[in-house]
Structures are given as C-alpha cells and as structure tokens.
Write a new protein. Sequence first.
Length: 379
Amino acid sequence: MNVHVPTDFKWPGLTHPNGAPIGLNKKKFVAIDRDKQAKYEATYRPQALYNRANNGFHENNESFLLHEVATNLPIYREDTGPTDFHLHLPPGGFQLVLVTSGMFTFDYDGRFYNVGPGAVMLQSAIVHRQLFYTWSGLSTEENLKTPQTVVPDPISMGYSGKFLEAFITDPTTFPNPTIVGPDQINEAETPRIAWTHPLHDRPADAGFWLQDPLALDALYKPLTDAAIKSPSPVYVRDIGIEVPSGHLVTGHIIATDPAGHSLLPKTSSAGTTSSDFAKGEVAIYRVIRGSAEFRQDDGKTFELATGDVVTAGKDAIDLIGVGENTQVLRLGLLSGMDRLRSWAPSQRDEIDSLAGKIITRKDVRPLRTEGAPVGYLYA
C-alpha cells in the first residue's frame, strides 16, 4: 500500500513555459551532420561523450536536438557511477532514448528498467537516474568505433552503453533540477520512493512509453512498395512514439538484414508503405549502421554512412535507397511543436533552484517492481 507523505510546499506560481514560441523551419532546407566531423564532448557528465547533430539543430531554429551518448568511463570511479535523482522539463514533456549498444539500468519514478539495444523510452519530467551501464574497457578511440544496432544480441550487449537521445530544444535552456543528490541517496530506501509534482506542460495523450525491441508492436513489417531501393528486402519498425509524445513526433526504423542472415525480428501478418511513415513538417534521419541514399527535391542525390544525420524540411528530401545490414532512424517533427513555448531564463533558474521542493507527493513502494509510476506523466 502506498504511503502519502505531506510536504511543506509553496509553489511560486509557475505552471507553464512563457518564453519565446518554438518554431520549426518550414522552408525546404537540408542540413547534414557527418560522422567524420563529429565532436564528442563530455558536456553534461564525465562518463559520457555527446555527439550533437549541430548543423541540423541550428538550421531547424534550435527547436529539436538529436545527439548520440557514448559511455566512456567505468562506473566504479568516484566521479562517475550512478547519477543523482533528477528530472528534465523540456517543452512539451519530451525526452526520447533509443539504446544502440551495451546495457543500462534506468530508475524511473523509483522503478527499475533494464534495457539493451533497440529499447525505446519516451519520458520527461519523471524523477529518474541512470543506475547502471556497461563499459567495455576499450580506449576512447576504439570505444567510439564499436558498432551500434537496434537488435539485441550478445555481442552488442557486451559493448559500452550507447544511446541516441532527443529533446525538444536544448537541455541547457530548460530546467533540470536535482531532486536527490548523490550524497543523499540511501540505496535501501530512496530508490523505492516515487514522486510527482505540478509542472504540467504536455499535450493531450502524452505519456510514458517503453517499447521492448522484441515486443509484438516492435516487430519489423515488410515494406510493400518500391519507394526505397535495396539489394535485399526493406523492413520498417514503428517505435510507437507519436501518441505518447502528445502527437509531437513520429518515429520509425527502416532496416535491412545482413546478406544471407535474418537478423531483424519480423512479422509477416501485415506490410507497410513509405507513406505510412512519411509524416512531419521536418524529418530527421540518423544512420545507425550501413548506408542510405537520398534525393532532394531538385533531383540531386546524396549518401549517408554510419553515424551521419540529415535534417530536412517537409518534402525537401526522400529516402530512396538503403544498403544491406542497414538501420536508419527516422523522426518526423509534427506541427504541434509550433504551439509550444520555451522556458524563460528566469523560470529555468527559479525551478532549478527549487530542486526537490517542487515535489508535492511521495509514494513508497513495498518492492521496486511493484506499483504504478506516479510521476508527471501519470498525475
């Protein structure tokens, strides 16, 4: 039975972002971020290196950030290890994580989630921490070269943990308060506590989402039209984020098997067409592995290789070809994003300074595996 703990809470009156509106770039632009020019920087935490798709971010009015997070230090060091309990408050309540190698344990709302390659999580403003991650022991240079995948297998799970992460706007521009600092975490009790708070700024239908890569709704459907050329059959996985994002973003993985090997978990019960995933005022493609070919609206073509990203306005490009053993993440940014507003700097700083004081309810679980989450997206 959950225990409700009263708190001495005095809310300062902030309920929604009131800064500048967020606007997608509605022009037919094309911005490419090449992996060979990537900069991996320890922007937020020492154990992780971040590779931002900066060209696309800037050309799209800095409205949506996609970056790769590569774990690069062991978990047992004093300056690494589990993170604190914190939350993010991006506009629209949007944080996307797609694991591409290694294994992680995330703690959302006091509940464990053990995830590996191909797992998709969509959450925001839920108190959480990264509790565990794998580290291969390789040098930084070799670690950044290890292959990524969205299909779990023993080899990929043994690499250092990596994931693709996306936010609406830049994490430095919205509140990210620490709820429980690392020195105050009691591992026997604190992780059993789930929290909620009153900062609601999410569209209708938005909610927490986790898709296991081997779940029935994650199976790959055969592409039944000829819009994308490939030496082998093309398959599509809907990562299921359109509804739980509040109809802000769609997400799909377009993929092929390695030559002579059936790698992708598939369903033969239904097919899909390219029009089923061609949504968005802006489209972002990230090649997780393999290669992809695109055609611009002027007829010119270009290719992307592993690690490359292209961000483009509506109808500015079409995906026309993929190679063997290829996996491409496609995100479609929907028009609902234009109704969002950013946090004013004063709001961001005030909420960050509140830290754990923004919590209005605590629920204690008998066990870490029991009880529904009570965080922001559930209240």
